[in-house]
Design a protein around this ligand. Structure first.
Ligand code: ZN
Length: 290
């Protein structure tokens, strides 16, 4: 009996000492915003609180001027990961150079939705994000990426990069169940109302497709399986790219938030330590939001 009590006491003591994962030493994350054809003033706080609620991250925000980027030079190297909610004018040359060095040397990058519209003229950025849309992107920027018959297919057909149909709920399908970001997630799960980006193009080198969704013709899409979640290795850096997250409604979806959190941790460290929440959606389940 004494031995049992002793063990029980040790167990409780051990649990009390064990901090919530990462709480003692949170990963430093920097959200960049300030210009976007989307409502960044409403969505950045959701990104920030979503990340911070995990207990894994301490999040700062760096905001450009509303119309130009003069003087915008965050110290990227102070952070483990940069999360881009930015779609606007070119950053100053020295800021671009800092950013390339940051990712090349092992910094993490997370690309959210319209951040992949940004900087069509910046080759290194397009290599980092793998695929992008709009801004005059076309076959010169790289192929379309499709998922056909269980394989990633590079399609070099001529045409513009970037479009989407009407916003709707759609089902994501896992393409790489073993990737740390995807491990433990259902094979198929429903995402809340959002834009389903299609026809993205880019270099897509060192590219790993994590999840795709069929862009239904009925909602104005391509009828093809379009990449939704993917990663890119750029130098020593890891990039997680989610094309979801058009607005506040889309960002409150547990599926969006869970993959954002897992992708950000992976981009920062190469590992994912957080559990999949019990309320994570399935293909048929009603959509939980937070
Ligand atoms: Zn959008």
């Amino acid at each position: 009996m004494r031995s049992f009590l002793f063990r029980a006491a040790c167990l409780c003591f051990g649990l009390a000492l064990a901090p919530f994962a990462g709480a003692a030493d949170p990963l430093k994350a920097l959200i960049v915003d300030g210009q976007n054809n989307h409502d960044w003033k409403a969505t950045t706080p959701i990104l920030k609180s979503t990340l911070e609620k995990t207990g894994l991250f301490k999040v700062d925000v760096a905001t450009t001027g509303p119309r130009d980027t003069t003087g915008f030079r965050p110290k990227f190297s102070d952070y483990a990961v940069v999360v881009s909610n930015y779609n606007g004018k070119a950053w100053p040359e020295e800021t671009r150079a800092d950013f390339v060095n940051f990712v090349k040397n092992g910094g993490g990058l997370v690309v959210v939705h319209a951040a992949n519209n940004s900087f069509p003229e910046w080759p290194e950025y397009n290599e980092m994000i793998g695929l992008g849309g709009w801004g005059g992107r076309n076959e010169k920027n790289g192929p379309y990426i499709r998922f056909t018959e269980g394989k990633v297919v590079r399609d070099s057909t001529k045409g513009n990069g970037g479009s989407h149909g009407a916003q709707h709920e759609f089902v994501l399908q896992t393409a790489d169940a073993e990737h740390p970001i995807m491990k433990g997630l259902p094979k198929a799960w429903r995402h809340t109302t959002d834009e389903l980006y299609d026809r993205l193009r880019g270099p897509a080198q060192n590219f790993t497709l994590l999840a795709y969704a069929n862009s239904a013709k009925a909602t104005g899409g391509t009828g093809l399986n379009e990449p939704i979640l993917f990663t890119i290795d750029y130098g020593k850096g890891r990039v997680f790219h989610t094309t979801m997250g058009h607005g506040t409604v889309s960002m409150k979806c547990v599926g969006f938030q869970t993959t954002l959190n897992r992708g950000t941790e992976w981009a920062a460290t190469g590992k994912v330590t957080q559990p999949v929440p019990e309320e994570f959606p399935g293909a048929e389940k009603a959509l939980p939001t937070r």
